[in-house]
Design a protein around this ligand. Structure first.
Ligand SMILES: N[C@@H](CCC(=O)N[C@@H](CS)C(=O)NCC(=O)O)C(=O)O
Length: 186
């Protein structure tokens, strides 16, 4: 039996929702958007009548539409590694580090401490980029998990693109992440 649900993805250009390259619609902060996702975050994927939020759940949904592509890994241990990456990227790298730089007001009501929070966020993001660079280099394939492309790789690409928004030349300190962008013909 074929599975051909109707899909609608809410994303934002250059945002973390970019990996979920499906049909898209931007409406992030409108009242209509809030009624779809009260968390007011993208990505949001509508599959028939189901509204899916949170990056790892959206990536899982899209990956499961094409099981033959092995986007969640080619073995149980690879799937475990994919979720290990996605959880860390969503929580520490995206919410904690990037969030403290770009959404500092969520971390304190006192603007006087914002510069210190941002500085710490930048320090954390540098540690995370260094770790990503090392981890992707480990299998020697240019991919995050095993020898092939998984749902993790486009998430890393977005993070790499954010590096140059943080500091013009920051990306150059992480050659493996740089390579991801060059390979981004996937
Ligand atoms: N926990 C969510 C976070 C998603 C998220 O923060 N998305 C950003 C775009 S990169 C967003 O919607 N930002 C709007 C805001 O922070 O107000 C997930 O993993 O999907």
């Amino acid at each position: 039996m074929s599975f051909e649900p109707s899909l609608k993805l809410l994303h934002s250009p250059g945002a973390c929702s970019f990996p979920n390259l499906i049909l898209a619609r931007v409406g992030q902060m409108t009242p209509e958007f809030a009624s779809i996702n009260p968390k007011r975050r993208v990505p949001v994927l509508a599959i028939d009548n189901e509204v899916i939020t949170e990056m790892s759940a959206v990536l899982t949904s899209i990956s499961s539409l094409a099981p033959e592509k092995n986007l969640l890994g080619r073995s149980t241990i690879e799937t475990i590694r994919v979720y290990e990456w996605l959880n860390w990227l969503s929580t520490v790298v995206h919410s904690q580090a990037m969030g403290s730089i770009w959404r500092t007001e969520r971390y304190s009501n006192d603007p006087a401490v914002y510069p210190a929070i941002r500085e710490k966020g930048l320090e954390t993001i540098r540690e995370c980029y260094a770790m990503i660079n090392e981890k992707v280099a480990e299998p020697g394939t240019g991919f995050a998990v095993g020898k092939g492309f998984t749902a993790v790789d486009p998430f890393l690409l977005v993070l790499y693109c954010w590096a140059s928004r943080l500091e013009k030349d920051m990306g150059q300190d992480y050659p493996v992440l740089c390579g991801l962008r060059e390979e981004a013909s996937w």
